[in-house]
Design a binder for this molecule. Structure first.
Ligand code: ADP
Ligand code: MG
Length: 229
């Protein structure tokens, strides 16, 4: 087997509480997988995502993504890592309200120093392929939840991330928009994008995951690969 894209070894994370948020967790994810992390509230899903994104550090253990030791990065290195390797999608979109959809999508490329012409071309292609090209000049406040999430996905894909991370990406959507986003993530994975998402949404896991992991008390309770999707 090739080197896993994500390698998590014996990771524990303890906040002030005695009960650890993550407890001796081990996880390998191969490039091309779409992993849904399920588990009830407080089971450690967001903590796991934050460790992989380098937004928080383990108390013990190691986290490597694409051969990079995320747990050892300085803040500067970790910001660069997120900019270059990671796309993130959130429950509440986290779009900047005073930028147009297009300018939101352009932002990661600008931070990475991509030329303006190249960036605009890529942003236009992404907005088109995600079905929101006609909203390029609109401000997020004028868009529906489903449209905002499509713009947020376009932004996450702008710098061609090795890994797309999503925390409850359908959590704030009406059922039709949630269905849309499920289909969209499934298509992205079929075209080769590695995805790790955390969710309560079993339909999301069924629609787009090639593998489902269930956490309980910061441990992996269940880890199942889907036969065929
Ligand atoms: P989930 O996303 O599955 O709901 P979390 O990863 O958010 O779970 O939380 C796991 C546990 O860690 C919970 O008990 C939560 O209260 C605790 N926790 C998470 N983040 C923090 C933090 N920044 N400070 C203190 N405790 C936290
Ligand atoms: Mg959470």
């Amino acid at each position: 087997m090739t080197e896993p894209l994500i390698q998590i070894r014996d990771v524990s994370k303890t906040y002030e509480a005695e009960r650890p948020a993550l407890a001796d967790l081990n996880l390998d994810v191969q490039a091309g997988e779409a992993v849904a992390v399920l588990g009830k509230s407080g089971s450690g899903k967001s903590t796991l995502l934050n460790m992989i994104a380098g937004l928080d550090k383990p108390t013990r253990g190691t986290v490597a993504v694409a051969g990079l030791r995320v747990d050892e990065m300085s803040e500067t290195a970790s910001a660069k890592y997120r900019r270059e390797r990671i796309g993130m999608v959130f429950q509440f979109f986290n779009l900047l309200d005073d930028l147009t959809a297009e300018d939101n999508v352009l932002l990661p490329a600008q931070l990475a120093g991509m030329s303006h012409g190249k960036a605009r071309k890529r942003a236009a292609e992404l907005l088109e392929s995600l079905g929101v090209a006609r909203h390029a000049r609109a401000f997020p406040g004028r868009l529906s939840g489903g449209e905002r999430q499509r713009v947020a996905v376009a932004r996450a894909l702008m710098n061609r991330p090795s890994l797309l991370l999503a925390d409850e990406p359908t959590g704030a959507l009406d059922s039709a928009s949630a269905d849309d986003v499920r289909t969209l993530l499934a298509e992205l994975n079929r075209s080769g994008q590695t995805i790790l998402l955390v969710t309560h949404d079993v339909a999301l896991a069924e629609a787009c995951a090639t593998r489902t992991i269930e956490l309980l008390d910061g441990r992996v309770l269940r880890d199942e690969r889907m036969a065929v999707r």
